[in-house]
Design a protein around this ligand. Structure first.
Ligand code: FMN
Length: 194
């Protein structure tokens, strides 16, 4: 049984607001691919838009520009090794989904590959062409057109990191395969009491 539930688009920014390492997916012309990306962020609430750095050397970039769309999946801690693996080899000559036994479905709006098993959330994005930022900074923009999250960790527009959902806690790359796992959720008090 899937624990995924739709996320209202005005809450989509929250899925990557805290800077998790994500999996970027794309499918085009009978090929599909997946890579890791540590550099992504929301840039607009409404309409919901995000930015992600996609290097010119990647095969994913070819598929995104071909499809005009991409998927963003937010892997949980249990997918750390897979995340590092798909970020360490190119799918140009291999199908990483088949090689690693990744179970992907087609996103409901754009048909981009989306992962639920082991992931905390996913977003489907329509590519917003920005020739200058793509060429100068490898930065791609996308408009989020559908999103969903595992209700055990993101519900009613809010993350909830607890000891009961550790496998879904997000990954944050420190470099060279070392990650920290998000946790220790705390709540700020405002106004500050004096
Ligand atoms: C943890 C991690 C984070 C990464 N972050 C990015 C990123 O933000 N942008 C990028 O272009 N490449 C990033 N990479 C590298 C790509 O994932 C890598 O080049 C990948 O092999 C590209 O695959 P592809 O050729 O199949 O598209 C990252 C790799 C790892 C392991």
């Amino acid at each position: 049984m899937s624990h995924f539930r739709p996320v209202e688009l005005h809450h989509a920014s929250r899925l990557i607001n805290h800077g998790p390492t994500v999996l970027v997916t794309a499918a085009h012309g009978g090929r599909r691919n997946i890579m890791a990306a540590a550099w992504s962020m929301p840039v607009e609430f409404t309409p919901p838009r995000i930015a992600v750095v996609i290097d010119k050397s990647t095969y994913t970039r070819e598929l995104i520009t071909g499809a005009g769309a991409f998927g963003i999946c937010v892997p949980g801690a249990a997918l750390m090794d897979l995340t590092y693996a798909v970020g360490s080899e190119s799918g140009r000559d291999m199908d990483k989904f088949a090689h690693y036994g990744i179970d992907a479905a087609a996103g409901p709006v754009l048909g981009m590959p989306i992962l639920e098993q082991g992931c905390a959330a996913w977003l489907e994005c329509r590519w917003i062409r920005e020739t200058h930022t793509e060429s100068a900074y490898d930065t791609f923009f996308g408009e989020v057109v559908s999103a969903a999250a595992d209700a055990r960790i993101f519900d009613n527009g809010h993350w909830n990191f607890t000891d009961q959902n550790v496998a879904l806690h997000t990954l944050h790359h420190l470099g060279a395969g070392k990650f920290v796992v998000a946790g220790n959720q705390v709540q700020a008090t405002f106004p500050v009491s004096k």
